[in-house]
Ligand binder design. Sequence first.
Ligand code: UDP
Ligand code: MG
Length: 311
Amino acid sequence: MQKVSIVVPVYNEQDNLHEFYKRITDTMAAEPYDYGLVFIDDGSTDDSALILAELANSDEKVEAYLLSRNYGHQMALTCGLDNADGDVVITMDGDLQHPPEMIPKMLELWADGNEIVQTKRLATEEANVFKRCSSSMYYKIINTMSKVKITPGGSDFRLMDRKAVDAFKRYRERTRFIRGLVNTLGFKVAAIEFVAPPRFAGKSKFSTNKMLHFALDGITAFSNLPLRWAFYIGLICGICSLLILGHVFYVKYVIDDAVPGWATMTASVLFLGGIQLIGIGILGEYIGRIFEEIKHRPLYIISRHIKKQYP
Ligand code: UDP
Ligand code: MG
């Protein structure tokens, strides 16, 4: 029988885990597949790890990887994809915003020969106007800038065939934006839409700050365009300053009406300085990322693996 692995990153979800486990178990019981639940505890500070250990010790279908600290959603997902052994792997959040009831539909699409089933979030009932607007604007920007297209409302709720998972595992970069990486893989992709319900319990772990970092990762990991902007902006400024210089000579030698032009000078020096700082900032952003990658540090460290053993 073919096996479905369900990968779930967990960070302080103690009030969601039992409900999540119950709904997954109910859904999968009706499916003609063997299955396994792979929980990754991303350094939770509440009782999540304890609950996961209980689940793993009482049900042989459940296993838990406890990371040594909080590595973030994308790394926890990576750990799960690295360790899941199913013929097909489904990644989803543990807060029930990715409805388990969608799984049968996804598996049907897989059985029809699709190798990746990507879900698209239509609206998060919970999300405020700011999150919605910034999210839609972000996807517009990133799609004009980068060669790889990233679906708006794309979520990390997706199904991947073994072939796609093995291909994905060969991407070892640190600054990872899994949605984008998966889009570079190719394969036969199907998309389905869903409305994300509010979290079952608890609060979102993504602060505006974290979202911003994540968004920047998405842009710099897939586009060199900002680097080119710095060059073009510099070019335009260079030409402008040449024109101004011409004007200065004209005023001094042709119409001989030179007023002390310190204000203009200061303004243009400031302007150019600003532009240079922008350029350096963009460079710095990329160099920082090179530095991060070149260290080749492990992406995550597992402190414990819990799985029920049979004699
Ligand atoms: N998560 C994680 N590590 C983190 C933050 C979140 O593993 O540092 C998990 C979290 O437990 C949940 C999923 O990632 O299962 C999505 O997080 P959340 O619901 O907070 O994000 P949102 O739905 O608000 O985008
Ligand atoms: Mg959520």
